[in-house]
Design a protein around this ligand. Structure first.
Ligand code: EPZ
Length: 436
């Protein structure tokens, strides 16, 4: 499956941002903490959400989607072992450890493993759960965690890990006593999860700061919760609008979640304004080079690094991008170079010398945000580009080609049959049919 993109068209109109992938996934895991039904509004229709539904169902849950409303009910945990093929497909599933441990007193899960952007260990997740009373061993390739009781503790995270903060919060919300989590992650998705847990009857204070207080309660009940807008999807569209020029209103955003990005746009000289219902970007596709350093929230988000780097390949001047969160998050650089970008990488720094334009090419997405970066690059390149492995993109962007076509982009998804047919045609050209 691939996207075909014909670039160099300005983007015009408005686009609606979906609910946040990185908020809905931990919130879905939190549904494990009650036998009542939970109702999630603005739940994005993404591959990762479908995978998480499969995980919950494999362990005893039931999920029903109706549009962007997702109903989840886990009457009981029928299987404490998370399915290997699903967990290894999506690292985010590691956050079911805390809820299942709390609900069933035991959970078995394969270590989620790394992916293109880094080794992504889970040591801080395990340290936090052990501090709450879990005993964790490695058994035949599965992490086996047991805890008859979970007791509140004071936990200090060596690094403000998003996933570890989420796992610990969900394990501690019904622990006996109070947990104080220091050096916690402060991402907006952490706040959304804490709000959901409090709507379920939890007593969590300080989410969004680096110290979170969790007063254990006896049980949680069902709740209805609306997922916050996806700041990374919003930022991706804002950067695409800056790259292509035109006049785009990116709707359903929380501007405060985008301030690190908007500050950079200001430095670049890309015209934008905060409207009541979104961010309006009006550009001519010309902008200054800037230096960018990714950091944990409220710094510049690592999840927008690839898209920003792709944009800066066409800036006036030279930019230096430093990736401080993941050790290998420049997988998109080789593909951008194939489109004519002038980039050199040394360790965690990429130096990007801006060029007039990029040329269309056949490129391959290595991960979710690299895929978005390649779309951005293809939208500005002369001629037809092909982007392969777009399942990565479908993991985190709901109908991205439809949203971009709504803005006037020339992008289409080549179906599998078309891909096979074009392959056959390709081979057909080379096959010499023997005379009968
Ligand atoms: C979440 O991943 C997001 N995923 C990522 O988004 C995002 O890039 C990341 O947070 C940082 O903001 C979801 O929320 C589903 P971390 P997570 O734990 O929780 C290291 C996207 O594109 N680390 O904050 O896995 C880790 O290797 C995805 O939407 C340990 O060493 O991120 C990384 O270098 C990509 N030990 C750094 O910390 C641990 O126990 C940050 O990881 C945990 C993490």
């Amino acid at each position: 499956m691939k996207f075909i993109v014909n670039g160099r068209r300005p983007l015009e109109g408005s686009v609606d941002v979906s609910g946040a992938k990185n908020a809905v996934l931990p919130v879905m895991a939190a549904a494990m903490l009650t036998s009542d039904e939970v109702v999630l509004e603005d739940a994005p229709d993404l591959l990762d959400v479908t995978t998480m539904c499969r995980v919950l169902e494999a362990m005893g849950g039931r999920t029903v989607r109706s549009g962007h409303t997702l109903r989840i009910r886990v009457p009981a945990v029928e299987d404490i072992e998370a399915p290997y093929d699903l967990i290894t497909k999506m690292r985010a599933s590691i956050v079911i450890m805390g809820p299942v441990l709390r609900r069933a007193g035991r959970v078995r899960i394969p270590p989620p493993g790394g992916c293109a952007i880094g080794s992504r260990p889970i040591n801080w997740h395990l340290k936090g759960l052990e501090a709450l009373g879990a005993r964790i061993s490695l058994d035949h390739g599965y992490l086996d965690a047991r805890a008859e009781r979970l007791r509140g503790a004071r936990i200090y995270l060596d690094f403000p890990s998003v996933g570890a903060t989420e796992n610990i919060m969900m394990a501690a919300v019904c622990a006996e006593g109070t947990t104080v989590l220091e050096n916690a992650a402060q991402e907006p998705e952490i706040v959304d999860l804490a709000n959901f847990l409090n709507e379920m009857g939890g007593k969590i204070r300080g989410a969004g700061t680096n110290v979170v207080h969790i007063e254990g309660v006896r049980s949680l009940h069902g709740a209805t919760h609306s997922i916050i807008p996806d700041r990374v999807e919003a930022g991706s569209f804002i950067l695409m609008a800056a790259a292509c020029g035109g006049d785009v209103l990116v709707r359903n955003v929380i501007p405060a979640h985008l301030h690190p990005l908007l500050a950079k746009l200001e430095e670049m000289g890309t015209p934008f304004c905060e409207k009541d219902d979104g961010i309006r970007v009006r550009g001519n596709g010309l902008f200054r080079a800037v230096d960018v350093k990714t950091q944990v929230h409220p710094g510049f988000p690592t999840d927008l690094q690839a898209q920003m780097l792709a944009l800066l390949t066409r800036a006036r001047g030279t930019s230096v991008i430093t990736e401080t969160v993941f050790e290998n998050r420049f997988m998109h650089v080789d593909e951008l170079r194939r489109m004519g970008a002038d980039i050199s990488v040394a360790g965690r720094c990429a130096t990007v010398r801006g060029r007039e334009s990029l040329s269309a090419a056949q490129v391959t997405a290595s991960d979710l945000r690299a895929g978005a970066a390649l779309i951005l690059a293809a939208l500005t390149a002369e001629g037809p580009s092909e982007i392969r492995n777009i399942y990565h993109i479908d993991r985190g962007y709901e109908g991205i080609e439809l949203k971009l076509r709504g803005l006037g982009a020339d992008i289409r998804r080549e179906s599998r049959t078309e891909t096979i047919a074009s392959g056959l045609t390709e081979r057909g050209k080379n096959l010499c049919l023997l005379p009968r």
